[in-house]
Design a protein around this ligand. Sequence first.
Ligand code: 1GP
Length: 247
Amino acid sequence: MSVYQDLMETKANKGAGYLVLIDPDRWSLDQVNGFVQQINTSGADAIMVGSSLILGEDLQKKMKRIKEVAELPVILFPGNLSQLSPHVDAVFYLVVISGRNPQFLIGDQVQGAPMVKEMGIEPMSTGYMLIESGRVTSAEFISGSKPIPRDKPEIAAVHALAAEYMGFKFVYLEAGSGAKYSVPPEMVYAVSRYSKVPIIVGGGIHTPEEAATLVKAGASFIVTGNVLENGENGQLMKQFAAAIHTK
Ligand code: 1GP
């Protein structure tokens, strides 16, 4: 079964899916083992790996280690082409549709296509939208694109409809890692009413209650990253999974 089919089954059977994001810079090669083991038993549905900017060494070694230890699908969430890796099952093939920067609309996608083919990883086209979240995030700065104002749900909705008409498999509403405010539920609701594309929501989600509200508003997948980077977090992941799995 493809990772896409697996995610769609998760959505159908559990109501929504929980994706745990690993930023490789936040974990040493040894630490990442333990974290992946925790994720395996947390009730999460898949592991995402990547960041808008990675400074640390050993990226490919960490990816390999994550894939070896993971008992869940591993999905690359690439900030740029240098993060492409054969040590994943699939890649969110991101297009920053909220921006107008040609590098992130088609340039990198063309450069990356033969690499993804050669690596044999599954591409899942994803219309990625940056949503204003109270401060300039790394994703916004690095992508050189303006976020959608958080009080303009209709702008996000029409971008999602365009993504649907262009055949994208997902849209990703992104407040940015460590965002001050997560994506407003009103925006998720507007997008889910206007377009049929499954919605991934991430950035600045701190509590299971917040995640549950976003699922109720229409999110199909919830991503948490930062909130799990402070030591013991197995219990918190279980709480997130329970809040997100509404069926
Ligand atoms: C960032 O949406 C993800 O790309 C997760 O964000 O690290 O704030 O949870 P956080």
